[in-house]
Design a protein around this ligand. Structure first.
Ligand code: NAD
Length: 486
C-alpha cells in the first residue's frame, strides 16, 4: 500500500530533484516486512540525456578547478558521512535487509573510499624525465575523461556507488549515477550530503531506473567511460556494448567464491569465519563464501561443528541485533533461491541444514535460512551458479592439490580463501589459484580502498579494477609530452 508517509525518490539533475519524464514509478518494499517504504521514479532516454547534458556543461569548469580544491570538497563530504553514519546504516538495513551490523561495516568501507579519493593530488601525478635527449624533456600528464556514468547493484547501496563517483569527480570528471532501482533511498542521501559539502551543481547527477537507463548510457555519445558493478550477464552486456561504442568500461560481475579448508587449520576460527562469510548479509555479497572444499581427513569433524554452529543463527529483521540473517532482497529472489535448494536435493547433494524451514516467526518478509549441502560435485547447478543467498556447498577433496583444481574449474574467479597454518600451502594457493582477490585465514578478502578491487575470468570484464591506483588510471587519460625549447 502507498500511504502519504511513503517516501518518493526522484532524479537529481543539474541541482534539482525532478521526476522522470515518463511518469513511471516502482514500489520499494522493506524486505523484512513486505511493507511499502518508498516509490522510485523510473527514467528513460530523455532523463538520461538531461543528466548527461548537465554533467557535460559543468565539465570544463570542474576539470579546470585545481585538484587540491576539488579534493577539499571531499574532506567536507567525508565529515558529513561520518556524522551521519548511524542514519546511513539504518537506511541500508531498511531497504536492503542486511543486519545493522553488516550495514555499519558497509558504511565504514564506503567512507574509506572517500578517504582514498582525498589523496587524488598525489595519486594523479604524472612522471617526468629531464634530458631524454640533448635539450629534450619527457613527461606524462594525467587528465580527466569527461562525463562518466556509474551503474550499481542492490547489495551494497553505499559502498559500491562510493567506489565510483568520489574518485572520478576528484580526478576532474563529472558523473551520472544510476543506482539499483531496488535500493534508491540511500542513493538520495548520498547525493544530498554530497551537495551539502558544497560541490557545484551538475558535477554529480542521479538518474533512477532500470535497463533503459543503462542502455542509453552504453550508446550515449557524450559519455566517455562506464563503471559497472552487478551480475555476470549484465556485466558482459555492458562491457561488450559500451566498448563497441568506444567507451572505456570496467564491469565487475558475479561470483562463486571458494574456501579451501586444510587439516592444519584453526578449526574454531575457520568455522566462525566460514559462517560469517557464507551467511552474513544473507549471502548477498559478491565476496560471499559459497563453496567450501574441505580435505577428507577433517571433513566429518568440520561439518559436525559447522552444522552445530549454523543451527544457532537467528533469522529475522536486520534491525534486531539478535538476528544474524536478514531477508533476501525480494520475494522473487527468495523463490529463485528455494528452487536452487530443491534442485540441490534432486541432484543428490546431502542437505545438512535446510533454510526452507525457519524456526523464528517471520511472516511477511523474504526470508531464507542458512542452508548447507554436503557431497556437492561440480556437475551440480548449486556448485556452478551464483545463488546469491545463504546457501553453502561443501565439496570433499583429498588434498590441497585437488582443492585448487576444483576451485579453478569455476567459471567465476572473484575471491578465494585458504584456511591453513602452513606457509607452504598458503604460498602454493596464492600462486596457483585463479581468483583476483585471495585470503589467507581471512574470511572475506575484500581489499582496502588503497588496493584495487576486481576479480578474474567471468567475475570481471575490463582491465582496471575499482579503487586504488587502478581507479585513478581508469578515470584519467594520459598524455606523453616530449618537449624541446629553442
Ligand atoms: P543486476 O545485474 O541485476 O543489476 C545491476 C545493475 O544493472 C542495476 O543497476 C540494474 O538496474 C542494472 N540492470 C539489471 N538488469 C539489466 C539489464 N538486463 N540490462 C541493463 N541493465 C540491467 O545485479 P544485482 O542483482 O543488483 O546485484 C547482485 C549482483 O552483483 C551479483 O551477481 C553480485 O555478485 C554482483 N556484484 C559484484 C560485485 C563485484 O565486485 N564483482 C560487487 C557487488 C555485487
Amino acid at each position: 500500500m502507498i500511504s502519504s508517509e511513503t517516501k518518493h525518490m526522484q532524479n537529481y539533475i543539474n541541482g534539482k530533484w525532478v521526476d522522470a519524464k515518463s511518469g513511471k514509478q516502482e514500489v520499494i518494499p522493506n524486505p523484512a516486512t513486505g511493507e511499502t517504504i518508498a516509490t522510485v521514479t523510473i527514467s528513460d532516454v530523455e532523463d538520461v540525456d538531461m543528466a548527461v547534458a548537465a554533467a557535460k556543461e559543468v565539465f570544463p569548469e570542474w576539470s579546470d578547478t585545481p585538484v587540491p580544491n576539488r579534493t577539499r570538497y571531499l574532506l567536507d563530504y567525508w565529515k558529513l558521512l561520518q556524522d551521519n553514519k548511524q542514519e546511513l546504516a539504518k537506511i541500508i538495513t531498511l531497504e536492503n535487509g542486511k543486519s545493522l551490523r553488516d550495514a555499519q561495516g558497509e558504511v565504514q568501507r564506503g567512507i574509506e573510499v572517500v578517504e582514498l579519493a582525498t589523496s587524488t593530488p598525489s595519486m594523479m601525478m604524472g612522471d617526468a624525465l629531464p634530458s631524454i635527449a640533448k635539450g629534450i624533456d619527457g613527461s606524462i600528464w594525467r587528465y580527466p575523461l569527461g562525463v562518466v556514468a556509474g551503474i550499481t547493484p542492490f547489495n551494497f547501496p553505499m559502498m559500491v556507488p562510493l567506489w565510483m563517483f568520489p574518485l572520478a569527480i576528484a580526478c576532474g570528471n563529472t558523473f551520472v549515477l544510476k543506482t539499483s532501482e531496488r535500493t534508491p533511498i540511500l542513493a538520495e542521501r548520498l547525493v544530498e550530503l554530497f551537495y551539502e559539502a558544497g560541490f557545484p551543481k551538475g558535477v554529480l547527477n542521479l538518474v533512477h531506473g532500470g535497463k533503459e537507463v543503462v542502455n542509453r548510457f552504453l550508446t550515449h555519445p557524450d559519455i566517455e567511460a562506464i563503471s559497472f558493478v552487478g551480475s555476470e550477464p549484465v556485466a558482459k552486456h555492458v562491457y561488450q556494448t559500451g566498448t563497441a561504442h568506444g567507451k572505456r568500461v570496467q564491469a565487475l560481475a558475479g561470483a562463486k567464491n571458494h574456501a579451501v579448508v586444510m587439516p592444519d587449520c584453526d578449526m574454531e576460527k575457520t568455522i566462525q569465519g566460514v559462517i560469517g562469510a557464507a551467511f552474513g548479509s544473507s549471502g548477498e555479497r559478491c565476496m560471499a563464501c559459497s563453496v567450501v572444499a574441505v580435505v577428507d581427513d577433517i571433513a566429518d569433524e568440520f561439518l559436525e561443528q559447522l552444522v552445530k554452529e549454523t543451527n544457532k543463527l537467528r533469522v529475522g529483521d536486520g534491525m534486531d541485533d539478535a538476528n544474524f540473517i536478514g531477508p533476501v532482497i525480494r520475494e522473487s529472489h527468495k523463490e529463485r533461491v528455494l528452487r536452487y535448494i530443491d534442485s540441490g536435493v534432486e541432484e543428490g547433494a546431502h542437505l545438512l541444514v535446510d533454510g526452507r524451514k525457519i524456526k523464528e516467526d517471520t511472516p511477511d518478509g523474504y526470508y531464507v535460512g542458512a542452508t548447507i549441502f554436503d557431497h556437492v560435485t561440480q556437475e551440480m547447478k548449486i556448485w556452478q551458479d551464483e545463488i546469491f543467498a545463504p546457501v553453502l556447498s561443501v565439496v570433499r577433496v583429498s588434498d590441497l592439490e585437488e582443492g585448487i583444481q576444483v576451485t579453478n574449474q569455476s567459471k567465476f574467479a572473484n575471491g578465494a580463501v585458504i584456511y591453513t597454518n602452513s606457509g607452504k600451502s598458503a604460498q602454493q594457493f596464492r600462486n596457483r589459484i585463479d581468483a583476483g582477490m585471495i585470503g589467507v585465514n581471512v574470511n572475506v578478502p575484500a581489499p582496502m580502498a588503497f588496493f584495487s578491487f576486481a576479480g578474474n575470468k567471468a567475475s570481471f570484464y575490463g582491465d582496471l579494477g575499482t579503487n586504488g591506483k587502478d581507479g585513478v588510471q581508469f578515470y584519467t587519460r594520459k598524455k606523453v609530452v616530449t618537449e624541446r625549447w629553442f
